[in-house]
Design a protein around this ligand. Structure first.
Ligand code: AMP
Length: 191
């Protein structure tokens, strides 16, 4: 089973992805985590991505697509995965569809965590408090830019998946347990 968790920054994608990993043994593929690891390692990709991430903008499609293509090839992904933070553009969604089709695979469901934008600043502030500000893009100015980028470049991907009959929308304003239960319901229907 291959899933995409979708939603703006602070929607709870990472939290819910961790639950899916635990419950269904899926591999968690977070492009944000992969990029942060590249920045920490000081690799060429990390060098290219660092400033872009700090500004809250998107890393170029070709870099992200190559990163995901390489990761998805690894044997652990055969047991199924949950993508978190990817795809963020239509070009990324189309590239993902192509790379999976080459292996006779596909995305089984896209789960959107729908949240009120007005609640996101408080959620990010909570994450800053919990992580001691470990993420250099967790601040309110960058959040504004990330939300604008989400609206302009990422939200259209939802329509792309809706047209393909893959989109499931969940109320992400509920508590963590309620959201997890709603996601499980979608997943159980797929199994
Ligand atoms: P995230 O942890 O998913 O919020 O990602 C943090 C930052 O990494 C984003 O604000 C982007 O700068 C970059 N990033 C992560 N995933 C992608 C992606 N799929 N496409 C472009 N940039 C990305």
């Amino acid at each position: 089973m291959n899933l995409v968790l979708f939603g703006p920054p602070g929607a709870g994608k990472g939290t819910q992805a961790a639950r899916l990993v635990e419950k269904y043994g899926l591999v968690h593929l977070s492009t944000g985590d992969m990029l942060r690891a590249a920045v920490a390692a000081g690799s060429e990709l990390g060098r290219q991505a660092k400033g872009i991430m700090e500004r809250g903008e998107l890393v170029p499609d070709e870099l992200i697509i190559a990163l995901v293509a390489e990761r998805i090839e690894r044997p652990d992904c055969a047991r199924g995965f949950v993508l978190d933070g990817f795809p963020r553009t239509i070009a990324q969604a189309a590239a993902l569809e192509r790379m999976l089709a080459e292996k006779g695979k596909r995305i089984d469901a896209v789960i959107e965590l729908a949240v009120d934008e007005s609640a996101l600043a408080a959620r990010i502030e909570k994450r800053i408090a919990e992580t001691g500000g470990a993420r250099s893009d967790d601040n309110l100015d960058t959040l504004k830019r990330r939300l604008a980028v989400y609206r302009e470049q990422t939200a259209p991907v939802l329509e792309w998946y809706r047209e393909r009959g893959l989109l499931h929308t969940i109320d992400g304003m509920q508590g963590i347990e309620e959201v997890a239960a709603a996601i499980e319901k979608v997943v159980e229907e797929l199994r």
